[in-house]
Design a protein around this ligand. Structure first.
Ligand SMILES: *Cc1c(COP(=O)(O)O)cnc(C)c1O
Length: 390
């Protein structure tokens, strides 16, 4: 399928059609597999081919279809699906780290990623240095000859800062370390991080990939040697496998991923442009606006600037809550990347557990709201936002 363009692969890539010739991909809701003979069972355990399975914790045909299809989109040699985005992050790190290792991480991290890196890994003797991800000098200073790995989120939540993947990858590779990129906010449609120099890319498929708020899921992509080697071994024995049903939902969702991401990003740019300078908003943060500090990097690194906008409302928590409560179409939720537009007040929800100082250092004020743009008519969204602001 590699000779075809991404949109074609998103519809046909990875399909394993059974003897019944079904049009839509089948859900192989099975834990195990049977063998014609004892000899065949023995052989399967010695070596199994791409369409030969042993147990659903190791692999399943529906899960494999999802993995192959997303690998084609990302331009990766291999992919392994996981039960959630956090199962993906956890395994991508733990499968290749051991006591005494040193890693470097960007400090603006999704809460659970921060917990793994700041709390869990040090409990197992891994030394962590945090850097301001946008500052290349800090990366340069933090990387040591013995650094094993670097971790970053390509676009930070909720302040939408971008990290220059190509430059960070060069620094990380100069000492032979691996770069692991959490690309959730950017989406696989708008950035091919492996081409930019990442060694491993992780996604919460819960977000844009499902895109309709149904299932948890995750996926890790990279070189076949890594994915089929240490990563698969870790996953097989620790049990974070994606359920075949959820894999089927994600697989079918990939058929519309490109359409959805493009439509949502187009609307996000329109909303961000329209709201800039609007009464009641001190700042519109969106990497597709010229006012964004990294507008040029966004244009170079991403095809479109994503589906999430952050707004700094003139005012405090009360002003932000008033705004949220007056919205009619846009729903209050801590999710994102859904077909339904969603508004979040990070300071009191997703980032509530941080101290006031930590929030300040990450730019999360009490007036900041995160807006995930969905598939509604953009005029309706703008009317809803402007009415609530008024
Ligand atoms: C949501 C998210 C995760 C975790 O994904 P789950 O599917 O909820 O486990 C990890 N990283 C980022 C950046 C996320 O937004």
């Amino acid at each position: 399928m590699t000779k075809y363009k991404p949109k074609t692969n998103l519809v046909h890539g990875g399909t394993r059609r059974s003897q019944y010739g079904e049009l839509s991909e089948a859900i192989f809701l099975t834990q195990g597999f049977v063998y014609e003979t004892a000899e065949a069972a023995e052989q399967r355990f010695i070596e199994s081919g791409p369409d030969e399975f042993i147990y659903a914790r190791y692999g399943n045909p529906t899960v494999a279809m999802f993995e192959d299809r997303i690998a084609l989109l990302e331009g990766a040699e291999a992919a392994f699906a996981t039960a959630s985005g956090m199962a993906a992050v956890n395994a991508a790190l733990f499968c290749q780290l051991k006591s005494g290792d040193h890693i470097v991480a960007a400090k603006a991290l999704f809460g659970s990623c921060l917990y793994i890196i700041e709390t869990l890994l040090p409990q197992f003797g891994v030394e962590v240095t945090f850097v301001d991800g946008v500052n290349l000098e800090e990366w340069q200073a933090a990387i040591r000859p013995d650094t094993k790995l670097a971790f970053l989120e390509a676009m930070s939540n909720p302040t939408l800062e971008l990290i220059d993947i190509k430059s960070v990858a060069e620094i990380v590779h100069s000492v032979g370390a691996q770069l692991v990129v959490d690309n959730v906010f950017v989406t696989p449609v708008f950035q091919r991080s492996l081409e930019l120099g990442a060694d491993v890319v992780v996604y919460s498929a819960t977000k844009h990939i499902d895109g309709q708020g149904r299932c948890l899921g995750g996926v890790v992509l990279g070189k076949a040697e890594f994915i089929h080697g240490p990563f698969a071994t870790y996953m097989k024995h620790t049990g974070g496998a994606l359920s075949p049903f959820n894999a089927w939902v994600m697989l079918k969702a990939l058929e519309t991923l490109d359409l959805r991401c493009n439509a949502q990003a187009d609307s996000a740019l329109l909303v961000a442009t329209e709201l800039e300078g609007h009464n009641g908003i001190t700042k519109v943060i969106y990497p597709g606006l010229k006012s964004h500090a990294q507008y040029e990097l966004a244009a170079r690194q991403m095809q479109k600037a994503g589906t999430v906008i952050s707004l700094d409302l003139a005012g405090d928590k009360t002003a932000a809550f008033d705004f949220l409560n007056k919205l009619e179409i846009i729903l209050i939720s801590n999710n994102l990347a859904d077909a339904k537009s969603i508004i979040t007040h990070p300071a009191t929800t997703t980032h509530q557990r941080l101290t006031a100082e930590q929030r300040e250092s990450l730019g999360i004020s009490d007036g900041l709201v995160r807006l995930s743009i969905g598939l509604e008519d953009v005029d309706d969204l703008l009317t809803d936002i402007k009415n609530a602001l008024r």
